[in-house]
Write a protein that binds this ligand. Structure first.
Ligand SMILES: Nc1ncnc2c1ncn2[C@@H]1O[C@H](COP(=O)(O)OP(=O)(O)OP(=O)(O)O)[C@@H](O)[C@H]1O
Length: 483
């Protein structure tokens, strides 16, 4: 076995290690992996972060990757799993422990070594379905971080016959980086099952013509997987037993991926188990899912509703950004704020504000649009670990990122859409995170013009919830809001 280890350092505080494992000496990694270690980046030159509004696909993928990189735990959810069975007469079976699944001992050992004590909500129902005989097809949707990846990895590894030295499980991911992340989970989960081997079908992994893969599990991106099945014939698609399409919502946001995925699926035998996972389920995802997975069982886990009920909301009147900054300082002077997130409309304001706050002695983290994904992950990780107490960001940059422990959110600028109308959804998402799981949160909105007052009024109207005025020159009044 050849094991290539790379420590990918992209900033002082951020190191990612990727192990690329291949059994054959003839599979050297070229391309991005072969550069000098210190300069090596997991991410393609130029990054995947910039200009999100112009590149819905890559941004979607970048967000998904960021959440994966910063997440160390399952997302907490109390919502019930909704199940739609292909055969409604067959009993619905769910498990409360991994032992009940009768996994191979090597896999159970892998699961426990990863620190999983019991199945997550979605795993409880999805795993028995995926491991059933005869194999059942599944479309599963649940928010990011609920344990989908771990679930299908376990299903793939359970279905492999290690005696057979050819690809049996095929998983496609929307991007190179996401494929590497999923590959890492496969490697961790299969750590005690060395007979099962994994190969990455991603750009940069150049195999000699005529190669017939002996690895049982293939993880890759649609373009390379399609080439390996069709043009280069490294994989015999007729021998695939399990096909997984991960992150379907991200997949369809990237041009060309949908068609490539469908072309891969068409080469697989009718008996192949088809599994599709998605964090969201709009019509476009659903239409795609139905084309990939015939006769599916469907599992949905509703996202925990964000609400404004447990959040105290205030607004402050100011005349300029300097006055807004002063108001902010007054608030900081009067109440103890463990951790706050401050949203600005532009990158420029965010940069300016971060500078002013650090001059005042605050430990500030700045999340900015020009940063590459791994740099953003490093910033969020430091903030999550409490190394910085204030995170200043633009919405574009922080959209979809969950930092649960924040107790105060400050809208230095109110969220508006591109037409200048209130962006209620973003408002809810920004503020909602402060009041998670019944914890009380505080939200302060800075109003600096008649325009922004009008936006605030419309937000109040939309949520039918009063936002109280706060005089930040009155210290006693500010102190009261913290109680
Ligand atoms: N049963 C479990 N017990 C404890 N931790 C778990 C369990 N299953 C998964 N995890 C951990 O929870 C985190 C999220 O899991 P996972 O990546 O599988 O979620 P996901 O739904 O696939 O998210 P995404 O949509 O972002 O890929 C990971 O850190 C994973 O190691």
């Amino acid at each position: 076995m050849y094991k290539y280890e790379f420590t990918l350092c992209t900033s002082r505080d951020f190191a990612l290690s990727v192990d690329v494992v291949s059994r054959h000496a003839c599979y050297p990694y070229s391309g991005p992996f072969m550069r000098n270690q210190a300069q090596t980046s997991l991410f393609p030159a130029g990054g995947v972060s910039v200009a999100p509004h112009k590149q819905r696909g890559p941004t979607h993928a970048a967000q998904s990757l960021l959440n994966k990189l910063i997440r160390s735990n399952l997302v907490n959810t109390t919502n019930q799993v909704e199940v739609l069975q292909r055969d409604p007469t067959s009993p619905l079976y769910s498990v409360k422990s991994f032992e009940e699944l009768r996994l191979k001992p090597q896999l159970l050992q892998g699961v426990y070594a990863m620190g999983f004590n019991r199945p997550s909500k979605i795993q409880e129902t999805a795993l028995p379905m995926m491991l059933a005989e005869p194999p059942q097809n599944l479309i599963a949707q649940s928010q990011s971080g609920t344990g989908k990846t771990a679930a299908f990895v376990l299903a793939m590894l359970s279905h492999v016959d290690p005696e057979n030295k050819w690809p049996q499980c095929l998983c496609v991911s929307p991007t190179y980086e996401l494929a590497l992340q999923t590959g890492k989970v496969i490697e961790q989960m299969g750590k005690f099952y060395p007979e099962v081997q994994l190969v990455y079908a991603i750009r940069g992994n150049k195999l000699e013509r005529g190669t017939k893969l002996q690895e049982q599990v293939v993880i890759g991106t649609p373009g390379t997987v399609l080439d390996w099945c069709q043009k280069l014939k490294f994989i015999d698609p007729r021998k695939i037993k399990v096909f997984v399409l991960d992150e379907a919502d991200v997949m369809i946001a990237t041009q060309g991926h949908q068609d490539q995925s469908i072309r891969i699926q068409r080469m697989l035998p009718k008996t192949c188990q088809m599994l599709l996972f998605s964090a969201t389920f709009e019509d476009t995802v659903w239409n795609f899912a139905k084309r990939i997975v015939p006769d599916p069982n469907i599992i949905k886990l509703k996202r925990e509703e964000e609400t404004l009920d447990t959040i105290k909301q205030y607004y402050v009147i100011c005349n300029s950004k300097e006055e807004k900054f002063q108001a902010l300082c007054n608030i900081y002077g009067a109440i103890t704020i463990a951790q706050a997130m401050i949203f600005c409309h532009t990158r420029k304001t965010a940069g300016w504000l971060a500078g002013e706050l650090s001059r005042e002695g605050h430990q500030v983290a700045l999340l900015s649009g020009e940063m590459q994904v791994e740099q953003r992950a490093a910033v969020i990780e430091r903030f999550r670990d409490g190394k910085e107490k204030v995170l200043v960001t633009t919405n574009v940059c922080a959209r979809g990122i969950d930092v649960e422990q924040v107790s105060v959110v400050i809208n230095f600028d109110l969220p508006v859409d591109k037409d200048g109308n209130p962006d209620n959804e973003t408002y809810l998402h920004r503020i909602g995170r402060t009041g998670r799981f019944g914890k009380r949160g505080l939200a302060i909105n800075m109003v600096d013009s008649r325009f922004s007052m009008n936006i605030l009024d419309r937000i109040q109207e939309h949520f039918n919830k009063k936002i109280e005025k706060l005089d930040t020159d009155d210290l006693d009044e500010i102190e009261k809001i913290a109680n």
